[in-house]
Design a protein around this ligand. Structure first.
Ligand SMILES: *Cc1c(COP(=O)(O)O)cnc(C)c1O
Length: 366
C-alpha cells in the first residue's frame, strides 16, 4: 500500500522551470529563466571558489551575510533571515502560518510558487483577479475572509513584469486585517526604475505583519547557488529561525553573497544594461505588431495574435528552430504569450530578427 501524503499535496502541479536544452550541440540562446546576461560578479565567483576548500559546516545564522545585507540596505541584521533561494523562505512562511482550513490569496497571474507552498501546507489557495495584467488591490481585499492568513504578492510580478506603486501597497496593507501576513516578493526590485516604487523595506519597518523576500538569483546572477533572504519584523524572523534547517545556506553561497554585495558596480552595470535593452526590446517587438506588456523588470511578456499559424506555440517552435528558448506561460493563464528575459545585445538582436521573420513568413504564407 502506498503511504498517503497530506491532503492538498496531490493537488499540486509540480513547478515547470523554463526550458534549458535543445537537441544537438550548437549553442542555445536561453532567455527562459530571467537570469542576468552579465553573470555574477568575478568577486562573487572568486569568493565561491575560495569557500569550497573549507569543508566544515557553515555559520548556521549566516551572520556575515546578514550583516552585509543590513549594511547595504540600512537594515537591522536581526530582522533578516537567509534561505536557499527566496523560494525556501516562501515555503517556510507558508509552513509557519498556514494549515488546513486556512486560506491564502495570490493574484490571477501571480508567481506559481505561492500556489505550491499554500497547497503543500494543506491550506486553500484563493485567486484574486487582476486588472490589465496588474494586481488589483480592491480585488485582493474582496477575497479576504475570516480564514485568510497570508497574501502573497510579487512586486513586480513574474511573468507579467507589472508592479504596484507604493501608495497602492500601503492601501493594501491598511485594508488587510492585522492578523493577515502580507508577503511582498521583491525578486526583481533592483531592476525597477520608477520613483513611485518601494521594494517593501518601509512597509516591513512600519508594520508588524509584513515580510519582504529578496533573492541573489536575479540581478546578482547567483541562481545556481540558491541564495535569498527576507526582511521581517522580529517575531516573524524568530519564527522562521525556529523552523528553518539549521544550516540552510551553504558556506560558498554565504561567501559569494557577501562578495556580490561588495561589488555594487557589477549590479549597476546589470541594471543599466537592462534599462537600455528592455526599452529597445519593447520598442522593436511592439513594432512587429505584437503586444508587449509594459515591464519594469528584466523580462517581457509578448502576446501573439490568436490566428492560425501565429500563436505563441507556433512562435515558440519557430524560435526553437533558431535555437532560441523563451518561456511558455500557459500555467500562468497566458496560453498565447511567451516570456522573454533580456539577454546580451547579440541575443536580443537575434530574438527580434527571429520574431520578425516569424511574423513575415506567416503573413506571406496566407
Ligand atoms: C525568480 C523569482 C524568485 C527567486 O527565487 P529564488 O528561489 O530566490 O531563486 C522569487 N520570486 C519570483 C517572483 C521570481 O520570479
Amino acid at each position: 500500500m502506498t503511504p498517503e501524503p497530506r491532503p492538498g499535496i496531490l493537488d499540486i502541479a509540480a513547478y515547470v522551470p523554463g526550458e534549458s536544452e535543445l537537441d544537438g550541440t550548437a549553442p542555445v540562446i536561453k532567455l527562459s529563466s530571467n537570469e542576468t546576461p552579465l553573470g555574477p560578479s568575478t568577486a562573487a565567483m572568486d569568493a565561491f571558489k575560495e569557500a569550497v576548500s573549507h569543508e566544515r559546516y557553515p555559520d548556521g545564522s549566516a551572520r556575515e551575510l546578514r550583516e552585509a545585507i543590513a549594511a547595504a540596505y540600512g537594515l537591522n541584521p536581526e530582522h533578516i533571515v537567509c534561505g536557499a533561494g527566496s523560494d525556501e523562505l516562501l515555503g517556510l512562511l507558508a509552513q509557519a502560518y498556514l494549515g488546513p482550513g486556512d486560506e491564502a490569496i495570490y493574484t490571477e497571474h501571480g508567481f506559481l510558487v505561492y500556489r505550491i507552498v499554500i497547497l503543500a501546507n494543506g491550506a486553500t489557495p484563493v485567486i484574486a483577479p487582476e486588472k490589465n495584467v496588474r494586481a488589483d488591490v480592491d480585488a485582493i481585499l474582496e477575497k479576504v475572509t475570516d480564514k485568510t492568513k497570508i497574501v502573497f504578492l510579487a512586486n513586480p510580478n513574474n511573468p507579467t513584469g507589472t508592479y504596484l506603486p507604493y501608495d497602492e501597497l500601503q492601501r493594501l496593507r491598511k485594508g488587510l486585517p492585522e492578523n493577515v501576513l502580507l508577503v511582498i516578493d521583491a525578486a526583481y526590485a533592483e531592476y525597477v526604475c520608477r520613483n513611485d516604487y518601494e521594494a517593501g523595506v518601509e512597509l516591513v519597518s512600519s508594520t508588524d505583519n509584513t515580510v519582504m523576500t529578496r533573492t541573489f538569483s536575479k540581478i546578482h546572477g547567483l541562481a545556481a547557488l540558491r541564495l535569498g533572504w527576507c526582511y521581517a519584523p522580529g517575531p516573524i524572523a524568530d519564527v522562521l529561525n525556529r523552523i528553518r534547517g539549521p544550516f540552510n545556506v551553504s558556506a560558498p553561497a554565504i561567501a559569494a553573497g557577501v562578495a556580490a554585495l561588495s561589488d555594487p558596480a557589477h549590479a549597476s552595470k546589470a541594471a543599466d544594461h537592462n534599462e537600455q535593452w528592455l526599452a529597445w526590446l519593447t520598442d522593436r517587438i511592439s513594432a512587429l505588431g505584437l503586444e508587449v506588456t509594459p515591464s519594469v523588470t528584466n523580462f517581457l511578456l509578448v502576446h501573439f495574435p490568436d490566428e492560425d499559424g501565429r500563436r505563441a506555440s507556433d512562435a515558440d517552435k519557430a524560435l526553437k528552430a533558431e535555437r532560441i528558448l523563451l518561456r511558455r506561460v500557459i500555467g500562468y493563464g497566458f496560453p498565447n504569450a511567451l516570456r522573454m528575459s533580456v539577454g546580451t545585445e547579440d541575443e536580443n538582436r537575434k530574438v527580434v530578427a527571429a520574431l520578425k521573420a516569424f511574423m513575415e513568413n506567416d503573413r506571406s504564407a496566407k
